[in-house]
Design a protein around this ligand. Structure first.
Ligand SMILES: Nc1ncnc2c1ncn2[C@@H]1O[C@H](COP(=O)(O)OP(=O)(O)O)[C@@H](O)[C@H]1O
Ligand SMILES: [Mg+2]
Length: 231
């Protein structure tokens, strides 16, 4: 479903990614791990075209999207929830979902109800401005917005970072249901090892600008892996 090959990315003259290769199969949940600052967010931004890669290719559903604009990648089914629960803070919860629907390819209103069913707590907050929600509620809204576009691949950057434990549980359960019941493919950057162990079918560890280790969820228990993650 997603094939990333030889991806290189830089900020000015500072090279961050030196050739990342990874694949997300249809229906698979792949977890990207690695220490702070290794380039996980840079990788996701490059996959989404938010950042233009210096080299390499991104293929989605068999089509090379490396030069395709971000909004078009979203329309083709790549849903992205950037790090830091981004929403439109001045707009209400309902408006946040509505503007996303209007930008989507399908424009089917029932997608909003489906997204709200994933996070029922948001139904009580529809008229609240997003900027007044808690961090966890904003993260749920950010994921709901991505779902409104009806992605076939959901890309999440540290969705549980800095979020109250009760909402971490809700987010984990939501991702699990979307993945296991609805068969959604997921590319998840997650530092919280226990959560990764519960959710991931497979993982890659980024170190030194490339994938240093990859395997199935069982391999994550390996000591070598723990060393790479400095746990
Ligand atoms: N906009 C930017 N301009 C310059 N350097 C950046 C920028 N964003 C990230 N970096 C640097 O790139 C490296 C990788 O960052 P990032 O992709 O955010 O890592 P991670 O998500 O794994 O914590 C870090 O050294 C970071 O300081
Ligand atoms: Mg990051």
């Amino acid at each position: 479903m997603l094939e990333v090959a030889g991806l290189e990315a830089s900020y000015g003259r500072a090279r961050v990614l030196f050739g990342v290769d990874l694949t997300v199969e249809a229906g698979q949940l792949l977890c990207v791990m690695g220490r702070n600052g290794v380039g996980k967010t840079t990788l996701l931004n490059s996959i989404m075209g938010v950042l233009a890669p210096a080299a390499g290719t991104v293929v989605f559903d068999g089509e090379d999207v490396t030069r395709v604009p971000t909004y078009e990648r979203v329309r083709r089914g790549m849903g992205y929830v950037p790090q830091g629960h981004e929403t439109f803070p001045q707009l209400t919860v309902a408006e946040n979902l509505q503007v996303t629907l209007e930008a989507s390819r399908h424009r089917d209103r029932s997608a909003i109800d489906e997204a709200l069913d994933v996070f029922p707590g948001l139904k009580e907050l529809l008229t609240r401005r997003a900027g007044f929600l808690s961090g966890g509620q904003q993260q749920q809204l950010a994921i709901a917005r991505a779902l409104v576009t009806r992605p076939r691949l959901l890309i999440l950057d540290e969705p549980t970072e800095g979020i109250q434990p009760s909402i971490v549980v809700e987010i984990e359960q939501a991702v699990e249901r979307l993945h296991r019941e609805a068969g959604l493919a997921v590319l998840l950057v997650e530092q919280y090892l226990d959560l990764a162990l519960r959710l991931a079918d497979a993982f890659v560890i980024i170190e030194g600008g490339a994938v240093q280790h990859s395997g199935t969820a069982d391999d994550l228990r390996d000591d070598q892996v723990k060393r790479l993650l400095a746990i």
